[in-house]
Design a binder for this molecule. Structure first.
Ligand code: ADP
Length: 450
């Protein structure tokens, strides 16, 4: 096991990693930009190193500074968290070259899954069901038209290097296709420096259901069930829950086993998420995230398994000590991502938190790195914290969520708490009756104006 690890991240996830490390008896090194000198992860870590100015490219993405911080402090491993360098294959390689353990999968697996065309090809080879679409990228418009007619309109043009919902355009009819192709290419080129695009059947009313996996890189892999992340705004998840209101035990077990088998064959190491769209009883692979995800706590709450603890143990060379039969699903968990944003316009609202009272009590977890008097800097994401509730049933979890949301006070900045207070009281949400377009439609119809 490691004696000391460096956490190459900030905010709630830095704290989350720090907590797992402490419980394993591992010393922690926090890194921070000058904008984050007062951040909670810096206060709670055993040591901290300032790695640069506020802009992420000069600090949290500054590889030489991170390596120097490891060197100075004698940290043996780096946990990248999510975002920043977590899915940067070159960074994983550089760590390896410097004899620093990267707490994540191999650079090769990060690279494969980072290219969506390659990821889809790999998924299909491993027996994971995929969305019908082009085999590989499309460069020629006439060829694209033929493929689109074969899969049937509407089709979605997606960027191979995509992420965060960028470089995605729907073509409803053949007339829209050439326009969708050129705008998606332009957007992809601007956002990722790569204009490769591919085609997929556009699903009209799917749910987003993802499977959490853990592998040890030695042929051991298990799944921790699913998370339903269908409530999204601009392709960003807002509310996540496990189990999905749309699946039964049999479906969960079948897709979970398909994915776990694929990860064993791939010899995948660490935590990962296989994302699917789910429509009319069918799963369609869209992408794999090769890191810990923001919404991982809902899986922890229903399984009792500490995913970050498992990530660290596997990265230290251990075999998975959990068998699939050790994973027991218990009750229902829901997570709300509370952002410092206006609840209906979603305009960011950075600034000082003048009063902070998080909810508590049975089945309530708040993963947050803010505190009263803390100023949320404008330089990074606007997450105030994640409220996670657990109950024996979905009904109990919903009642608890309503109660916890009403207890939660954040003054000084605007937050999306009012949005969640509205959602938890909504009939469709109470009935679990929503797809990936539900929230956008609700907001467009003035759901938050009433
Ligand atoms: P990104 O990496 O940019 O987040 P994803 O492939 O994960 O892109 O897709 C993000 C979201 O876009 C999905 O959760 C879903 O809401 C929507 N989406 C992706 N593919 C399709 C599709 N084939 N049909 C309909 N919606 C899709």
């Amino acid at each position: 096991m490691f004696d000391k690890i460096l956490i190459a991240n900030r905010g709630e996830i830095a704290l989350r990693i720090l907590r797992a490390a402490k419980e394993l008896g591992i010393a922690t090194v926090a890194v921070h930009s000058t904008a984050d000198a007062d951040a909670m992860h810096v206060k709670l870590a055993d040591e901290s190193v300032c790695i640069g100015p506020p802009a992420a490219r000069d600090s949290y993405l500054n590889i030489p500074a991170l390596l120097a911080a490891c060197e100075i402090t004698g940290a043996e491993a780096i946990h990248p968290g999510y975002g920043f360098l977590s899915e940067n294959a070159r960074f994983a390689e550089i760590c390896e070259e410097h004899d620093i353990a990267f707490i994540g999968p191999s650079a090769e697996h990060i690279r494969i899954m980072g290219d969506k065309i390659e990821a889809k090809r790999t998924a299909a080879r491993l027996g994971i069901p995929c969305v019908p679409g082009s085999e590989g990228g499309v460069t020629d418009d006439a060829a694209a038209m033929k493929i689109a007619r074969d899969i049937g309109f509407p089709v979605l043009v997606k960027a191979a290097a995509g992420g965060g919902g960028r470089g995605m355009k729907v073509a409803r009819t053949p007339d829209d296709l050439s326009n969708a192709l050129s705008t998606a290419r332009l957007e992809a080129k601007a956002a990722f420096g790569d204009d490769a695009v591919y085609l997929e059947k556009y699903l009209e009313k799917p749910r987003h259901i993802e499977i959490q996996v853990l592998g040890d890189g030695q042929g051991g892999a298990i799944h921790l069930g699913e998370r339903d992340c269908s409530l999204q705004r601009r392709h960003q998840k807002v509310w996540e829950e496990s189990p999905s209101p749309a699946l039964n035990d049999h479906q969960r077990e079948a897709i979970g086993e398909t994915v776990a088998r694929a990860m064993r064959e791939l010899r995948y190491s660490g935590a990962g998420t296989i994302e699917f769209l789910y429509e009319d009883g069918q799963f369609y692979f869209i992408e794999m995230n090769t890191r810990i995800q923001v919404e991982h706590p809902v899986s922890e709450m229903v399984t009792g398994i500490d995913l970050v603890n498992e990530q660290i143990k596997v990265a230290a060379g251990g075999k998975l000590t959990l068998a699939q039969s050790d994973v027991r699903f218990n009750g229902h968990a829901i997570e709300c991502r509370v952002n410092a944003e206006h609840p209906s316009t979603f305009r960011p609202s950075p600034g000082r938190i003048t009063y902070f009272h998080p909810p508590g009590g049975l089945g309530v977890r708040v993963d947050s790195a803010v505190y009263q008097g803390y100023a949320i800097p404008p330089n990074y994401d606007s997450l105030v914290g994640k409220l996670i509730v657990h109950g024996r049933t979905r009904t109990e979890a919903m009642m608890r969520l309503r109660r916890a949301l009403d207890e939660f006070i954040v003054d000084g900045v605007e937050t999306t708490l009012p949005l969640f207070r509205t959602l938890v009281r909504n009939h469709d949400i109470q009935n679990g009756d929503y797809d990936i377009h539900w929230l956008e439609k609700f907001l467009a119809n003035g759901g938050m104006q009433a």
